[in-house]
Design a protein around this ligand. Structure first.
Ligand code: NAD
Length: 321
């Protein structure tokens, strides 16, 4: 059994590796050769923790396994990250445990890869202004991945809590891109691409604030009840997602579908765009919206990439198991 500890991930796996792995598995999901299994998420009644599993199997890559972990709100006081996860991979031919891989950094990288994939396939090629809503832990990864997809010149940012813009300003500075904190009206009026990555339970961005031709990647909503944008915005957009079942139940589309503003069968799996079975954006004035809910197969794909890289670089720690 191979172990790739959390501390080894940073030097091993790049954002580009994660982009390639996630794009490939989204395509396999659309071909129905890879599928996610039902998600388990439970309050365990200890340490106020939420714990669960995301799992699946990709018949093309033979990635089989699960990500186990969740949210421990008391961790910060112990100097630990509140979100904790580990990916376990199994040999699809024998069921033997193949690898245990630290999942914390990989989660941020695979989530950023998903929105970057949506920008690459759906945003207008002439996009120059990037809007960021949210400035928490994930936001820096999101910004870094998004900046690589178009020739962005400016980043406009908004966050509910004003003291948090440091990490976004740093990433923008690293890329030589102008960084401005703005209100939501200005952000919606000037951004070509908008990434939302918050823990919000009420719509932040209104449909009237978004101009024609915008691409949005809504990445924060991954639980029932969360919401980042007005349901009317999804009604006005062509909506894409990683997995329709998650989009309508725990994703941003849950509200628009529940209120009858959006038909579930109008939501397009991004994998069909990657495969060339759906044209994606069809006009410069179309609003495209990617509902990135986060699926287990993303975790298995990037963890498999980490194991392959560890083996090929001679860095894999092997234990008899
Ligand atoms: P974080 O705690 O570091 O940051 C939270 C962000 O949300 C901050 O910008 C904060 O100001 C903002 N926020 C908090 N409460 C808010 C409210 N009521 N209204 C508006 N904004 C609010 O969290 P993070 O690690 O950056 O994660 C952000 C979100 O992304 C979380 O909801 C998390 O569950 C989600 N997430 C999604 C995926 C996915 O695959 N889609 C993966 C990882 C995380």
């Amino acid at each position: 059994m191979i172990i790739v500890p959390e501390g080894a991930i940073e030097g091993l796996v790049t954002a580009a590796d994660c982009f390639a792995a996630v794009e490939k598995v989204f395509a396999a999901m659309a071909r129905r050769t890879a599928r996610n299994f039902p998600v388990v998420r439970e309050a365990i009644g200890h340490a106020e923790a939420l714990y669960g599993f995301k799992s699946g199997f990709d018949r093309e890559s033979l990635a089989l396994g699960l990500k186990a972990g969740g949210f421990w709100p008391g961790n910060a006081a112990k100097g630990l990250t509140n979100h904790q996860s580990t990916v376990f991979l199994f040999d699809a031919d024998t069921g033997r445990c193949r690898a245990a891989v630290g999942g914390n950094l990989l989660t941020a990288l695979r989530t950023a890869a998903a929105s970057a994939i949506s920008i690459r396939h759906l945003a207008r090629p002439d996009s120059r202004v990037l809007g960021m809503i949210g400035a928490g832990h994930q936001s820096a990864f999101q910004l870094r991945a998004a900046l690589g997809q178009r020739t962005f010149e400016r980043v406009l940012a908004w966050n509910l809590h004003p003291g948090m813009f440091g990490r976004l300003a740093t990433v923008a500075g690293e890329h030589g891109v102008t960084f401005e904190v703005v209100d939501l009206d200005q952000l919606g009026a000037e951004a070509d691409v908008i990434v939302t990555i918050t823990s919000s339970f009420a719509p932040i961005l209104k449909a009237a604030q978004v101009r024609p031709g915008t691409h949005l990647a809504c990445m924060g909503t991954d639980t029932r009840g969360k919401q980042e944008v007005e349901a009317e915005l999804l009604a006005a957009a062509t909506v894409f997602t990683d997995e329709v079942a998650q989009s309508t139940s725990i994703g941003e589309a849950q509200h628009a579908v529940a209120s009858g503003l959006l038909a579930a069968d109008a939501i397009v799996e991004i994998g069909t765009v990657i495969n060339g079975d759906h044209p994606g954006r069809t006009s410069a004035g179309e609003i495209t919206l990617f509902d990135g809910t986060g699926v287990g197969l993303q975790d298995l794909a990037v963890a498999s990439a980490a194991v392959d890289l560890a083996v090929s670089k001679g860095l894999a720690v092997e234990v008899a198991f």
